[in-house]
Design a protein. Structure first.
Length: 302
């Protein structure tokens, strides 16, 4: 992290000194040899490469003035010529630098980093050749110092891309401002989410109340519907009874008319009899009339 920060700050002032690049930007290798390369160059993979020693001095002074935390610098012209004599052993695959690619003008750099390390095919071979005074490395990333005095095992390390990410911003300060802005935006979004969650809870509560009200209304509706059905049946019964009474009324009215007609006939006959018969006869007739009147009253009561 310290190296990434320092590199980012320096890359924004390339007009003050010439930087050739970073080691991992200049060199490349096949995936097959990645574990070996990273194990050997772990301390130098993010080093800054410059052309000569004066540039190194200028760069180091800038680092000191800016109080940057940590930076490694490799001047190309200061790298001595070197050629490794390797022992004759069938377990040796080759010198590790032979499996690293770069522009020819950086050959001294890959020799400096990997030219004194022998790539072998197994751990046992690495230990055996290391004891002869050579640095050895396996394809699996087991790095043995000369005389087997130390070992570095690289299992899954990777080159951090933080420098590249930082360089995508105009400046580290700009990136920090961006982070602050993002945090502020995230806080606003979180507050908005909380607001929506509160509103959602209120609407859910309202929905529950509405559902309860709907249930009550449905029950009331069912009750009213039953009452209407019952009232309709009662009305039909009353209508049927009314029709029956109307028919009975018609019958009684007809009978009444008959009785009135009969009564009028009797009265006419009585008058005629009074004129033509003696009083004793009249009493008998009067009794008969009373009897008929009584019958008519009984008919009316029915």
């Amino acid at each position: 992290m310290h190296e990434d920060y320092a590199i980012s700050k320096l890359k924004h002032r390339t007009q003050d000194f010439v930087i050739e690049g970073l080691v991992y930007e200049i060199l490349s290798w096949d995936k097959k040899y990645e574990r070996s390369v990273l194990a050997v160059s772990s301390d130098w993979i993010k080093a800054v490469v410059v052309k000569d020693f004066p540039t190194l001095i200028s760069l180091a002074e800038s680092v000191r003035n800016k109080k940057l935390p940590k930076l490694k610098i490799i001047p190309l012209e200061a790298i001595p010529d070197f050629k490794l004599d390797i022992p004759n052993d069938p377990a040796i695959i080759g010198i590790l630098s032979d499996f690293v690619s770069c522009d020819p003008r950086f050959n001294s750099l890959k020799t400096f980093l990997f030219g004194n390390t022998i790539l072998v095919d197994s751990r046992d071979s690495a230990i055996k050749i290391s004891k002869l005074g050579h640095k050895t490395i396996t394809l699996e990333g087991e790095f043995y110092a000369a005389k087997a005095s130390a070992v570095v095992i690289d299992i899954s390390s990777k080159i951090s891309k933080l420098t590249k990410i930082i360089n995508m911003s105009d400046s580290v300060e700009g990136l920090q401002t961006m982070i602050s802005t993002l945090r502020h935006t995230m806080q606003k979004k979180n507050n908005l989410i909380k607001k929506y969650q509160h509103s959602l809870k209120i609407h859910k509560d309202r929905l529950n109340l509405s559902e309860q009200g709907l249930t009550v209304s449905h029950n009331t509706f069912s009750d009213i519907k039953q009452k209407i059905t019952s009232g309709t049946k009662t009305l039909e019964q009353f209508q049927t009874r009314n029709k029956q009474l109307e028919r009975k009324k018609d019958r009684v009215s007809t009978e009444l008319i008959k009785q009135k007609s009969h009564l009028e006939s009797l009265e006419s006959q009585i008058s005629l009899v009074r004129e033509n018969y003696a009083k004793p006869k009249m009493n008998a007739i009067e009794n008969e009339i009373n009897r008929l009147n009584n019958n008519r009253e009984e008919q009316n009561k029915k």
